[in-house]
Design a protein. Structure first.
Length: 77
């Protein structure tokens, strides 16, 4: 489906419902495609905050200064 931006403004809630149902909608301005509304992919359970707890240990030297040659890459000499 294509819809002009001015029409999309007044129908935004309905457009979101259609996108949530799986439809893709192209927003046009003066007949030219400008944006696309697409449904988000379902979030994987592995993307939950804290889901990797215990799978990684922060090394003891994590906050130690970087070697000078690496710092110079960021800050210059």
């Amino acid at each position: 489906m294509e819809i002009e931006v001015e029409d999309a403004k007044s129908q935004f809630s309905r457009l979101i419902d259609r996108v949530a149902a799986g439809e893709q909608i192209v927003i046009t301005r003066n007949g030219e495609p400008t944006a696309r509304l697409v449904p988000l992919e379902a979030q994987s359970k592995t993307r939950r905050l804290g889901s990797a707890k215990g799978e990684f240990t922060v090394p003891d030297d994590f906050n130690d200064p970087l070697p000078k040659e690496i710092e110079d890459l960021f800050y210059g000499e």
